[in-house]
Design a protein around this ligand. Structure first.
Ligand code: SF4
Ligand code: SF4
Length: 170
């Protein structure tokens, strides 16, 4: 009989404690947001999707050598005589291999950085082709992907545009 009443007491206590915790949080400000209608801006050093600037890149290959995942490729631009110059013809990063380690950004000697992490965290790939981001002359920092079916470069579909929130590092 004592155990019966002890059990009723402990269960009632647990229910009251549970309701008390719920009541306390009901009057505190919410810490969650209504994603995806609302979006948080990540902290300053967040390593989001990589961006690239073909204008400032000097085609030094240091990012290629620094990358532990072997996911960066580039080709030097050439002058009229066919000699390589300190510019890139094209640059690509395979996001399927990238581990977002920032070593490419750290190795880049240009000021500001020619390859750098944005704050973009919504990097969604709906096609295999989209995983390889390419940059060529006049492509935006966000790059494009080569659609093998359509044989053309296309804009990435699943990426939000908060990459300009943080100033580019020098
Ligand atoms: S973030 Fe790391 S893995 Fe990704 S491209 Fe840069 S160096 Fe390579
Ligand atoms: S992105 Fe930076 S490190 Fe990579 S080739 Fe261009 S200048 Fe060199």
């Amino acid at each position: 009989m004592i155990r019966y009443f002890a059990s009723i007491f402990s269960n009632s206590k647990a229910i009251v404690q549970g309701h008390w915790i719920t009541l306390k949080y009901m009057f505190k400000p919410a810490v969650t947001i209504h994603y995806p209608d609302e979006k948080l801006v990540p902290f300053e050093m967040y390593r989001g999707a990589l961006l690239f600037d073909q204008q400032t890149c000097i085609s030094c290959n240091l990012c290629v050598k620094a990358c532990p995942s072997n996911c960066i490729q580039l080709e030097n631009a050439k002058n009229e005589t066919g000699k390589k110059i300190a510019k890139v013809e094209w640059y690509s990063i395979d996001f399927g291999k990238c581990n977002f380690c920032r070593l490419c950004e750290e190795a880049c000697p240009t000021k500001p950085k020619s390859v750098w992490h944005s704050l973009d965290y919504e990097v969604i790939f709906t096609k295999r082709d989209e995983m390889v981001r390419c940059w060529k002359k006049d492509f935006p920092f966000i790059g494009k992907y080569f659609d093998r079916k359509g044989q053309d470069f296309k804009d990435p579909e699943g990426q939000i545009a908060i990459h300009d929130v943080r100033p580019r590092r020098s």
